[in-house]
Design a protein around this ligand. Structure first.
Ligand code: SF4
Length: 457
């Protein structure tokens, strides 16, 4: 298919759909589920089962104009110490709630800016995780890094703690775009920082890029892709910028007239896919790309790929325990989100309570659909015989309406539907969220009236 035909197809399916880092999506969480349900779910995790840990560090020195993350802007360094003490309390509380000691297969520090904490504080935090959760040997320890504020001492501390993967925020290397998003990071700094990370021996380096940013043109983004390809990171994540000023008032500072138009966004998305695959990267799914030998690429080949709030993961079906403001735990039976306001988080921990603000317990239908959506997003195949063995009912009967809903996607060459399987075809990989959305019962019942989800492209 020609580049123009691909762009036409992307434009046709460019509508608001969930990112499916969870099913049901987080906008369906509610306050009827809280600390009690969370503690019960923790107690129900079988002893010895390995989980993934996520720790959110919300602080940034200042908020970038385009930022869509849960961030607390502050320059007070004391904030880090106060927060770290609460994280230690929360870790101890969760450790105490589990019936038997839990093992951890991975730890991910995200933000905000994890290196807002000092090198010594990072060592203390990872030490607390290691002590409470029996970190497996060879565990993945991943940390998100802002090259503008991360020092060589931070990297040394992370290397001492066994960090295996670092993820660098870059977004776009052109000065014009960086000024427009309020996040200036010269090319030289990116290259120097990348090489510094390499010299510390981390097993895998990821670079985050964003398309759809103000003043971004095809030429500027192509320059960005080529700059980054020259560095050869093991992984790349290329996210579409979601302009949602009604949710993130900081984005009001962006003049919508400077944003790429719909067709220009589609072109940028297609450009990233084309350049990265030509550069030897495998498209793992949605916004993730990896070199063939990388753990994510291997996990996809071996059917071990999963998806959760951290994106794609090589640990299919693993439960996630989240710590820190706004973090979300996925304990199999339900989702549980930590308080989003720092003051509420501190107050709950000071009372000795689990700081859970809201959540959702999965119904039988949620659990079945979650499995189907995970298969579509990760395995790119839904095997009907495997489904029937797992759930004890004919796939074609339970999902007759959805099979019908897939017909237009089949006609456009995104999927192939047979009695044996639903296969996502190469074109469908570019529009995985749309394929998954066919199985989303919440979208079928009541598509959201207010803008809720980002666009598919
Ligand atoms: S550094 Fe990252 S997390 Fe912090 S404000 Fe900027 S975009 Fe948001």
């Amino acid at each position: 298919m020609s580049e123009t035909q691909v762009q036409r197809l992307l434009a046709k399916y460019d509508r608001a759909v969930p990112r499916y880092t969870s099913y049901p999506p987080a906008n369906h969480f509610h306050e009827g589920v809280g600390a009690r349900e969370y503690l019960d779910a923790l107690a129900g995790i079988p002893g010895g089962e390995a989980v993934a840990l996520y720790v959110h560090i919300p602080f940034c020195e200042r908020r970038c104009i385009y930022c869509g993350c849960h961030v607390v802007p502050t320059r007070k360094k004391a904030a880090g110490e106060e927060y770290l003490e609460r994280l230690e309390q929360e870790i101890a509380l969760v450790r105490g709630a589990a019936r038997e000691p839990l093992r951890a297969a991975s730890v991910h520090l995200g933000g905000g800016t994890p290196t807002y904490l000092s090198p010594a504080q990072l060592e203390r935090l990872l030490g607390a995780c290691r002590e409470a959760f029996l970190l497996e040997s060879g565990a993945e320890v991943a940390v998100e890094l802002d090259p503008r504020v991360t020092t060589a001492e931070h990297l040394d501390a992370l290397a001492r703690c066994g960090a295996t993967r670092v993820s660098l925020g870059v977004q776009d290397t052109s000065e014009e775009v960086q000024q427009a998003i309020g996040r200036f990071q010269g090319r030289d700094l990116t290259v120097r920082f990348f090489e510094l990370c390499r010299s510390k021996g981390f097993r895998s380096i990821n670079v985050d890029l964003v398309y759809g940013l103000p003043l971004q043109t095809r030429e500027r983004f192509l320059g960005t892709l080529r700059d980054v390809l020259a560095l050869r990171p093991e992984r790349l994540a290329v996210f579409g910028y979601a302009h949602v000023p009604w949710v993130r008032p900081n984005q009001k500072a962006i003049d919508p007239a400077t944003l790429p138009t719909g067709p220009e966004r589609v072109e940028l998305c297609a450009l990233a896919h084309e350049e990265l695959t030509r550069g030897g990267y495998e498209h793992i799914g949605l916004d993730h790309f990896a070199l063939p030998g990388d753990e994510l690429a291997l996990a996809r080949e071996e059917g071990r790929l999963g998806r959760n709030f951290m994106g794609y993961t090589p640990f299919k079906g693993i439960k996630v325990v989240g710590f820190g403001v706004s973090a979300i735990s996925d304990l199999g039976s339900g989702y549980f989100q930590v308080e989003k306001k720092l003051s509420d988080y501190y107050r709950a921990l000071d009372r000795g309570e689990a700081p859970i603000e809201r959540g959702l317990l999965l119904t039988e239908d949620d659990a079945v659909r979650r499995h189907v959506i995970q298969e579509v997003l990760c395995t790119l195949r839904l095997d009907t015989a495997e489904f029937e063995a797992r759930f004890g009912e004919p796939f074609a009967e339970r999902f007759a309406r959805e099979i019908d809903g897939l017909r237009p996607l089949q006609a456009d060459g995104l999927v192939r539907v047979t009695p044996r399987a639903i296969d996502v075809l190469p074109l469908g990989r570019l529009l995985l969220r749309n394929v998954a959305a066919v199985f989303d019962a919440y979208l079928q019942k009541a598509p959201p009236e207010a803008p809720t989800y980002s666009r598919a492209v």
